[in-house]
Design a protein around this ligand. Sequence first.
Ligand SMILES: O=C1C[C@@](O)(C(=O)O)C[C@@H](O)[C@@H]1O
Length: 753
Amino acid sequence: MAAVQQLLVSPSPAPAPVPSQRIASQSAESGSMDVDSSASNDPVMIDSGLMKGAPQTGDARIVVIVYGQGQDNVVSVFAEVLGKPVKLKQHFKDVDREDEGFVIGLPLGDAKQDVEERDQQLLVAINAHCVDLGMPPDLHLSIHCDYEFLYTQTPFSRRDLARFISFTLGQTSPHSQLMAKSRTFFISTTFPDVHAALPNLDILTVGADAVEIRVDLLREPQGDGAFSDIPSLSYVGQQVMLLRQRTELPIIFTTRCTNENGKFPMDKPDLYYDYLYRAVQWGVEYIDVELWLPEQIRKKLYENRGNSRIMSAFHDFSGTFKWPSQYAQDVFVKSKQYADIVKMIAIINDHNENFELEYFRSKIKAEYPDAPPLSAVNMGEIGQFSRTLNTVFSPITHPLLPIIAAPGQMSTAEINGALALLGQLPKKYFYGISSAAARNIAPRAPFYEKCFNELGLPHQFAVVERQHNNPAGIQAWCNQRDFGGAYLDPGLSYQTIMRHNPWFATLQNGKGPILSEAAQGIGIIDTIVVKPAASGLNATPPSYDGALPPGGQPGLTSNTSLVFDNASWRGILSTLTRDLAPSAYFDRTAVVLALTADDAAPVFFALKALKMSKIYTVGFRTPSTLARNAPPIEQFISMESLQRARSVADNRAPFVIISALGRGKSNIVGMLLRVFGEADPEASSNTKKVFLNLAEAASHQKNDPVAVAEQSGFTAYDAADVAAFTTVESLRLLVGQNVPYSFVRLASGRNLF
Ligand SMILES: O=C1C[C@@](O)(C(=O)O)C[C@@H](O)[C@@H]1O
């Protein structure tokens, strides 16, 4: 306890992180650390635009779960994931305003009687069906509930439930995040049975931003060696469930018709509605809706799409389609009416028609600036060139797939290889600038190399060691003609980088590097992204007279700028929301233990994104600049303040404990875990508290914080979880490619499943 007291009363000083370039120069001038304890009472709220892609409050209606016989337990899991208490009732009519803030469970038999008359303004109805009990679910409930969650009991995928409920309630929005990327790909799986894809799914989806399930290609066995003409909704539901349990990627649900290279019959258009609307109810992120379908079906799907996004699809196999024609433009105009993405795909006869498509693309952009994004490619070998140029949801294949989904499809590696040959993807040098200690905790270099290979990227990657206390020399790696980007592990404060690497200040004609929103809010830079600047062509090349790294070509080219970014906060956010919906954190409090404010800064930003209402700190003081971008802060400076936090009403008592304290301090972390982990009989929700250990794992040791947390009733995550999610984010920032979290874990020797 003496050690605790000592730590609590003697916080270590911390350099002030910098929330903006302007503030950066001010505090750099003053040179002093700005410690502000009053900031805790009067936090300055950040711009809403500051957290693009951050969780949203979403659907505020009462969540009602209809459960099957003997399945009332699933209601508690929903409640736990949402961070709400549970109530069991009988009928929809029993649910009223007093139930706001609860998750309500209704037994199937009773719920069925009045599901149609329910108050849709008040509640959102989810039919939870355990497929182990048999398929299909009760049809009446399937049709009339807002959503349907299909699950297996063993294994039960909590991650799938968290993702389903966060998405359907609008707390997460994968579409807006994907559309912010400069290039997106989706892999068209062509398996007759998703089971066949599962063993290779991690590797298959490297480079993909979404996975398409070609429902029309699924083959449902009939038992006598035959297959049904079209797979039943029961079969399709289970296939989607299986896929979703095994990938974190958004799913595209496609029922491709016989006329457009698919197998779905065209004689009953209503059948499409039944399948596609059910996919909306299953919480599938993207629904492919073919343009030939009657307008009333397309309109109805668009209007009832919930949080799913509609990809309008048009394929022309006639060989007479012409991109410069009025017809092509009419197709676009008709498509965009009920679409979030417009897909147009055609067979061409001449290579030049690829250029016509490019002209069409730019014309559409200019004439319909507010229209949904266009994804357009040509089929066949002759059309492959267009597949390298399309940037919105390019369909890709993989050598491990049984067949290609359309003539001319290419893999990500082939597309990148082609771009490299065409000079569109020049070889660049990427660096992992890390301290020896960081490299030991989570070696990222072999993984980067693996990804570059797998993605067919021509780049080269090298790890360079930074002396622990010497932040100088970073500029030497960046000021090279072929510099591609770098991650810094650990990150460094903006001020520190700028102070010790004066060359950065010369960028952009003296304006310095660009700071991303996250970097501004956090003040710690862990990713340096190269951005070709449109206006940079006339810029003066920045000069540099320092030593160059071996083999480096002097001088970052003048038409590029550098973006200082932060990927760690997203790693933290993704870890915290892997098994819980964001709402489990909304308005609750956290404890953050660290030796310096720098270590805590990305945590604060993530907790702000999770709309947490207060942070208690241990071990450091929070500079006002950092407090501005965080929930209100109170420092634990005595045992009394700790006791106070412990005795407040349940909702205000700390729900998350995040520690960046190293091994030497694990007894302090353990003490706090025991103090706050005790079960609270008054608890207003049954959600287990969360512990995140950002420090090096000290497993098999006495006082291992993760073990103590689990014994004290916490769900615990460690630095490796965050490192994997952070790597996903930094790859996305540095090379614009998505690599699934599960692949990162696999590549680092730990399988997630
Ligand atoms: O729409 C498309 C595009 C595609 O037809 C192609 O050309 O790659 C492949 C299909 O699976 C997908 O649904």
